[in-house]
Ligand binder design. Structure first.
Ligand SMILES: [Zn+2]
Length: 302
């Protein structure tokens, strides 16, 4: 039995204060971190440094990176992003979050499992942010890995309630990356991309139906694509009390979702980097608890 703690990457700067009426629960990063520590599970929390711009350039257009850094996005671009842009502050926050994901993929390859206590910003495109996602952390991490290990086969398992459109777009022509997304078909984003494997589900899908579809499709994906690494965007927005997810999973079904994904991936010894994804629960603190529960499940799996 391996009793070494799971490496989790985190920075207090993951939090980006938003007006109280904003639907994104920005305190979820701090609260989930605190609850994770309180759980007593074996984790080692490691601080991150902002990602160098040269890594962002592996995915993102220089003009877009500059606009985030200087705070010069246009009105339509800001509306699409859905976050207020305070120059310097959002830039730093986004660079920290991407760095956490890059650190987590390296740690997963070394240890078998690791977590970024944030990340999964799957709606971001190379030249535009979207749906609270500034930079595509998963894409930057994969491109950075490929710079040194060009043959690495990476499976992106996206169980966030929304389609991972940005990631699907970025890796649409890359046979080394398999993008799997299970989401509500008639929900945001209205224009979907083609993932390697999409599982569009009906609105307000029951937990039972969701878990059956997930189990069946994920096992098929694992047979079809021999991966060297999995990056799992967990997503807390599949919960029945979420404002945007349009799924109906109970707390217990969320736990079973986590166990199912971890069992499928770790059961074949696939290294896994775990990321948060979205979550907009109506009950304050619940999104943070669901993220913490996912990390606890992951740490207990080791
Ligand atoms: Zn989502």
């Amino acid at each position: 039995v391996d009793l070494s703690p799971v490496r989790c990457f985190y920075h207090p700067g993951y939090e980006y204060p938003l007006p109280p009426e904003h639907p994104f629960p920005m305190d979820k990063f701090r609260v989930s971190h605190d609850r994770l520590i309180q759980s007593g599970v074996g984790v080692e929390v490691i601080p991150v440094e902002p990602i160098p711009t040269e890594d962002l350039l592996r995915v993102h257009e220089p003009g877009y990176i500059e606009a985030i850094r200087k705070g010069s996005l246009g009105t339509d671009e800001l509306r699409c992003l859905g976050l207020p842009l305070r120059a310097g502050e959002l830039w730093l926050r986004s660079c920290l979050e991407v760095a956490g994901t890059l650190a987590a993929v390296h740690a997963a390859l070394e240890d078998g499992l690791s977590c970024n206590l944030a990340g999964g910003t799957h709606h971001a495109y190379p030249s535009a942010g979207m749906g609270y996602c500034v930079f595509n952390d998963v894409a930057v991490a994969i491109r950075s890995l490929h710079a040194r290990q060009p043959g690495l086969r990476v499976l992106v398992v996206d169980t966030d309630a929304h389609q991972g459109n940005g990631t699907a777009f970025i890796f649409g022509e890359d046979p080394r990356v398999f993008t799997y997304s299970i989401h509500v078909g008639a929900n945001y984003p209205s224009r979907k991309e083609r993932s390697s494997w999409d599982v569009p589900l009906p609105r307000y899908v029951s937990g039972g139906e969701y878990l059956c579809s997930l189990e069946e499709s994920l096992s098929q994906v694992l047979q079809e694509f021999p991966a060297d690494l999995a990056i799992w965007i967990a997503g807390a927005d599949c919960h029945i009390n979420d404002r945007f997810g349009q799924m109906s999973l109970s707390n217990e079904e969320m736990r079973r979702r986590d166990q199912l994904v971890l069992g499928a991936l770790r059961g074949i010894n696939l290294p896994v980097a775990v990321l948060y994804g979205g979550g907009y629960n109506r009950t304050p603190g619940h999104t943070a608890q669901l993220h913490a529960d996912t990390v606890v499940s992951a740490a207990e799996w080791c």
